[in-house]
Ligand binder design. Structure first.
Ligand SMILES: NC(=O)CC[C@H](N)C(=O)O
Length: 321
């Protein structure tokens, strides 16, 4: 079926979702990274980016927060751009772990396979795969440029977050070296970990995340810059990764209740992708027990349900003025 959505209807729905969800209670800021514990808990924003370039927004959509694990999608895209889908599958994998994002157990259970670039182990492995090998500065430049390509504008490193995260990332250090033990890291483990920590510490806005989501929904064509960021054949691979594990051990529940493939981060962001439709992002710091923003989930679900859109419906989407 063809589903027609008007920009005006979408605008009023985004405002309605904002009003409905803004006073929702529940969840708590991430506190295992000290910086994140101190971000004001009542911040909340929703942004929808359309293929025509328009951004519909409500609330704190220009507030710069830590991108955290949403950056895993960006670097997976970079690895796909540089090495292609077969190499990503062979060296990392595309499986859900069914376990928390920072699970050591997941590595022990599947030691020939970090599983997916969208959990910590696979994301650190992805940073190790980014070319050129053994050149931290050039690798970082590639990661940064790719993030800007997807988001439509450069992100800024939140130095304090980077310091805070570097001082406390003991579990991730173990992951990097455990991967080394299983020959599942493809460059220096400490370098890969530092690149990963730095990419997680990039500051982003809900607007930028919505644009990145729309670039994926729009088969690689960035709606803000007009740049074809990646080969359109990669788009379904990226969406498959997100749909499989974007909410970690709660991904099945999320897909079942929202129908929108989306990736979360412990900074409070959620980036959703409706292929052929739009990108949607929401941001609010308090998280549930799996590290997913409580209000951002409610906002995306509200909008998807009221629009009647769902990646599994088979509908094609047309957005009209
Ligand atoms: N789920 C997340 O957003 C986690 C990212 C965070 N940088 C970590 O490695 O723990």
């Amino acid at each position: 079926m063809k589903k027609t959505i008007s920009v005006a209807a979408l605008k009023s729905l985004v405002n309605e979702a904002y009003e409905q969800v803004k006073s929702a209670k529940g969840g708590a800021n991430a506190d295992y990274i000290p910086y994140l514990a101190n971000v004001p808990s009542d911040l909340f924003g929703i942004a929808v980016s359309l293929p025509g370039g328009e951004i519909i927004e409500a609330g704190d959509t220009r507030y710069v927060f830590g991108i955290e694990s949403i950056s895993k999608v960006h670097t997976a895209v970079l690895v796909l751009r540089q090495s292609g889908p077969e190499k990503l599958l062979e060296k990392i994998g595309a499986d859900a772990t069914g376990l928390p994002f920072n699970s050591i157990m997941a590595i022990l259970l599947e030691k020939d396979h970090p599983s997916t670039p969208l959990v910590n182990s696979g994301a650190i492995a992805a940073c190790s795969m980014v070319g050129p090998t053994a050149d931290a500065d050039a690798k970082w430049k590639a990661i940064e440029e790719n993030m800007a390509d997807l988001c439509g504008s450069p992100l800024v490193l939140l130095e304090e977050l980077y310091r805070s995260e570097t001082a406390t990332n003991f579990n991730n250090k173990s992951i990097a070296w455990l991967l080394k033990n299983y020959n599942r890291i493809y460059d220096d483990p400490d370098m890969a970990l530092d690149l990963y920590t730095r990419q997680c510490s990039m500051g982003v806005t809900a607007r930028q995340l919505a644009v990145a989501g729309c670039t994926i929904a729009n088969y690689g064509l960035n709606p803000s810059t007009g740049k074809q960021v990646f080969d359109r054949a990669l788009a379904p691979k990226i969406v498959a990764l997100i749909a499989a594990v974007g909410f970690y051990e709660h991904t099945g529940d999320w897909m079942y209740t929202s129908g929108i493939p989306a990736k979360t981060g412990v900074g409070g962001g959620v980036m959703g992708v409706l292929p052929g439709g739009f990108g949607i992002a929401a941001f609010a710091p308090p998280l549930d027990d799996a590290g997913n923003s409580v209000k951002a989930q409610q906002a995306v679900r509200y909008i998807a349900r009221h629009l009647g859109v769902n990646v599994y419906s088979g509908d094609s989407i047309e957005i009209t003025a």
